[in-house]
Design a binder for this molecule. Structure first.
Ligand code: ADP
Length: 162
């Protein structure tokens, strides 16, 4: 911290990037626990402009609704490199979740590359055991077969700070 740094610069802002298709209870738990570490979290939905013709609105809207009452959480979309988006938004940290050894190896490689590229640090939180098997792809598959997936989707209570 330099004597000239402003209060805004001193705020700890993290970008939580992902596909969030859809946003699950596991994701919400990472945000909730991340709010103990960071002043603000930007949930950044990575979109592919060719694939998401609505600009990702279908993915973003339920997440925005969930966090509408939490001023420390912002929901945004981005396309391009995650670290470029984070730098644009003045975030010095990326927040990610780890469910398994497979996630860990992937996240470690990404964290190292991202830090080399930009100096942005990744902070990894281990998933709660009860959410370790929850993934967006499982939720999508269950939905496709007509199953109720409500237990995997966050409720308004899951969006508040602890
Ligand atoms: P990506 O396509 O970038 O992996 P996801 O939306 O699948 O995007 O996941 C975003 C982040 O959330 C990743 O760091 C992923 O490991 C983490 N994550 C996904 N599901 C869970 C869960 N059930 N518990 C904790 N973290 C999770």
């Amino acid at each position: 911290m330099t004597p000239t740094s402003t209060a805004a610069e001193n705020k700890r802002v993290a970008v939580f990037p992902g596909s969030f298709n859809p946003f699950t209870v596991g994701h919400a738990d990472i945000v909730c626990r991340g709010l103990e570490l960071f002043d603000r979290i930007i949930i950044a939905v990575g979109i592919n402009t060719a694939k998401h013709t609505d600009g990702g609105e279908t993915l973003l809207e339920p997440i925005r609704r969930l966090y509408a009452g939490n001023s420390r959480v912002e929901v945004a979309s981005y396309s391009g490199l995650t670290v470029d988006f984070a730098a644009e938004r003045g975030a010095r940290f990326l927040l990610r979740g780890v469910r398994s050894a497979k996630d860990f190896e992937y996240e470690r490689d990404m964290a190292q590359i991202n830090r080399q590229l930009s100096g942005i640090e990744s902070v990894l939180l281990f998933s709660k055991p009860e959410y370790a098997a929850v993934s967006s792809s499982v939720v999508r598959e269950l939905r496709a077969f007509g199953h109720d997936v409500d237990i995997f989707l966050p409720k308004p209570d899951d969006s508040t700070d602890r």
